[in-house]
Ligand binder design. Structure first.
Ligand code: FAD
Length: 318
């Protein structure tokens, strides 16, 4: 039995490959199907064109070249249904133990015996915290769902990459009074090329305010304190949207005995050809492989992990 932990696009890709190879498998997902995508903003559009999000060349038809979140949810749901994937939803894996002939995988519901385990747990669970006073106030959000909620509110957006820029533009267009707090001197270089002029022009004309080379120092109930090169600035504020990225659960990997690089990236150790980690029989797939570098791998370029893993499992069986 192969246990696949995580029912995101890449966990699903692994399930499809196992099924094609005739392997006994189960996908264990702690939330709903493609849980991370479900939690993305309701209004989001993927930067990839739909064919690059396809699993096993099953056609993904979308209205525009780049699909919306709703279209992606529809697609992955249809694929799961059509392929009759063996997925157990709302079943969280809490522990994986190495035993003599493989692994024991403990979940919120039961314990599975597995010969091989594939970890495809993504990176969207743990937000990067600001570590400042007031961060625990309910007005500070690390996830953003919809712009309507922020209409006619004074909001601060932290960050200058795609998520922060999308939040700033969307909420501004629904009537929010938006201030961006940006650590560097410019909008992030990876911001989508078709969005960049929009945010730069809004900042230049002053309709979205931006403090560059600045950080948020403190969040108070009705205001925030911003540390700027000109000194501290205190502004009225109702909501803080900290779009500062997310961190994969690397301590879970360490607990399973997977080695991580000692540089800042903390990249897990695995063989690029087989995706097997330093723990024999334990594989990594998807964005988790990048460690803290969560931008290097995404759906487009990690679908191939599934093929490599199953090829290696089959070779090992021979
Ligand atoms: C706003 C946004 C836009 C994006 N746009 C694109 C794009 O256009 N193109 C692209 O290729 N990529 C895009 N990405 C990135 C892409 O969504 C991720 O790279 C992708 O989801 C990675 O797939 P995955 O299966 O590795 O991880 P995930 O999709 O994160 O799946 C991991 C799954 O594991 C589950 N899980 C975690 N821990 C456990 C546990 N202990 N037990 C059971 N289940 C567990 C999680 O609930 C989750 O469902 C975007 C990301 C964001 C945030």
């Amino acid at each position: 039995m192969v246990v696949i932990i995580g029912g995101g696009p890449i966990g699903m890709a692994c399930g499809i490959e196992c099924k094609k190879a005739g392997l006994d498998y189960v996908i264990l997902e702690k939330g709903c199907l493609v849980n991370s995508l479900y939690h993305y903003p309701t209004t989001m559009t993927f930067f990839s064109t739909s064919e690059r999000l396809e699993l096993d060349n099953i056609p993904f038809v979308s209205n525009s070249a780049k699909p919306t979140r709703a279209e992606a949810l529809e697609y992955y749901r249809r694929v799961a249904q059509n392929q009759q994937l063996n997925i157990h939803l709302f079943e969280e894996v809490s522990d994986v133990y190495k035993v003599e002939k493989g692994f024991e995988v403990k979940t919120s519901k039961r314990t599975y015996s597995a010969e091989k385990v594939i970890l495809a747990t993504g990176f969207y669970d743990i937000p990067n915290l600001l570590g400042i006073p007031g961060e625990d106030l309910p007005k500070v959000k690390h996830y953003y769902k919809d712009p309507h909620f922020y209409a006619f509110q004074k909001i601060v957006v932290i960050g200058a990459n795609n998520s922060a820029v999308d939040v700033a533009l969307e909420t501004f267009r629904k009537g929010a009074d938006v201030t961006m707090v940006i650590r560097d001197g410019e909008i992030g270089r990876t911001v989508k090329y078709w969005v960049r002029p929009d945010i730069e022009n809004r900042i230049a004309e002053g309709s979205i305010k931006a403090y560059f080379h600045s950080t948020l120092k403190e969040v108070r109930e009705h205001e925030v304190v911003i540390h700027t090169p000109e000194g501290e600035v205190v502004i009225d504020n109702q909501w803080v949207l900290a779009m500062t990225g997310y961190t994969p659960n690397l301590s879970f990997l360490e607990k399973l005995g997977i080695k991580l690089s000692e540089d800042g990236v903390r990249k897990p150790f695995y063989d690029e050809n087989t995706m097997e980690t330093n723990v024999p029989g334990l594989y990594l797939a998807g964005v988790i492989c990048g460690g803290l570098d969560t931008r290097r791998l995404f759906i487009e370029n990690s679908r191939e992990h599934a093929v490599k893993i199953v090829a290696h499992i089959l070779t090992a069986k021979e």
